[in-house]
Design a protein around this ligand. Structure first.
Ligand code: NAI
Length: 269
């Protein structure tokens, strides 16, 4: 029987989440998506109007089917956690049941259970500010949205200095990598669930463009990585599909680099 996957953090067809959904779909999984509430309307409209049909194409020529799209805001666990200005915000008012706990309950009601959970989202409101100048609120927001979960996406900034990746995002990724190990232990012992994170190289996604230095990072990688080619989102998607499959049955608590080998370099040449 095919597995059921929930991928949180898909709002267009450019990012890693979309590519992961495609690789999982190509491997036979049923696809459920969690889309950030303020981005939901435009994503669903584009989907309905066929704007993504070209990029929905799977290797066998069929189109990826998305069984259901859930509105999600990953920084709130329950409705009580949501501040008034967001509750009444008109981009949120049109949807309901979008806190993490509510989404989990809805998925449970709709489908019973899932087999694969992917966290492919991040939000650092002050990502363009150096850590020294980051406010407490900006820092906490970055950690709140950007860490947690079964397969997730991390970045080398968690362990090495990447100037420009600010606002506490480097801290959020460090938390994510540490949580990957501790959760692997706890969820492994308790539920036999595996937890891993993919440390991905630079991709020109919507989120990455907001940081402001993505083209430079892509050029840097092209020049300095062992494999001198541009990284495609599909390569990250395929790794996620592998990690979610029985082929990876002994891999847990791991940070898997999908970056053309850039992490292994000591100096640029
Ligand atoms: P993306 O823009 O496709 O994905 C980020 C998603 O997060 C968006 O769909 C956005 O709507 C969603 N989001 C933001 N705040 C949210 C919230 N509170 N609740 C629910 N959803 C929320 O961009 P990308 O780059 O594919 O990001 C996916 C993951 O990959 C992120 O964790 C990112 O840090 C990571 N990553 C990206 C790299 C890159 O160069 N693009 C490199 C290494 C890691």
């Amino acid at each position: 029987k095919g597995k059921r996957a929930f991928i949180a953090g898909v709002a267009d067809d450019n990012g890693y989440g979309w590519a992961i959904a495609k690789s999982l779909a190509a491997a036979g999984a049923e696809i459920l998506l969690g889309t950030w509430v303020p981005a939901l309307n435009i994503f669903e409209t584009s989907l309905r109007r066929g704007k993504f049909d070209e990029s929905r194409k799977l290797p066998d020529g069929s189109l990826m089917e998305i069984t259901k799209v859930y509105a999600l805001d990953a920084v709130f666990d329950t409705l009580e956690d949501v501040p008034e200005d967001i509750k009444t915000n008109k981009r949120y008012a049109g949807s309901s049941n979008w806190t993490v706990k509510e989404v989990a309950e809805c998925v449970k009601q709709d489908f019973g259970s899932i087999d694969i959970l992917v966290h492919s989202l991040a939000n650092g409101p002050e990502v363009t500010k150096p850590l020294l100048e980051t406010s407490r609120n900006g820092y906490l927001a970055a950690v709140s949205a950007s860490s947690g979960s079964s397969i997730s996406l991390t970045y080398i900034a968690a362990e090495k200095i990447i100037p420009g990746y600010g606002g506490g995002m480097s801290s959020a990724k460090a938390a994510l990598e540490s949580d990957t190990r501790v959760l692997a232990f706890e969820a492994g012992r308790k539920h036999k669930v595996r937890v891993n994170t993919i440390s991905a190289g630079p991709l020109r996604s919507r989120a990455a463009k907001a940081i402001g230095f993505i083209d430079m990072m892509i050029d840097y990688s092209l020049e300095n990585a062992p494999l001198q080619k541009e990284l495609s989102a599909e390569e990250v998607g395929n790794t996620a599909a592998f990690l979610a499959s029985p082929l990876a049955s002994a891999i847990t608590g791991a940070v898997i680099y999908v970056d053309n080998g850039l992490n292994a370099m000591g100096v640029g040449v």
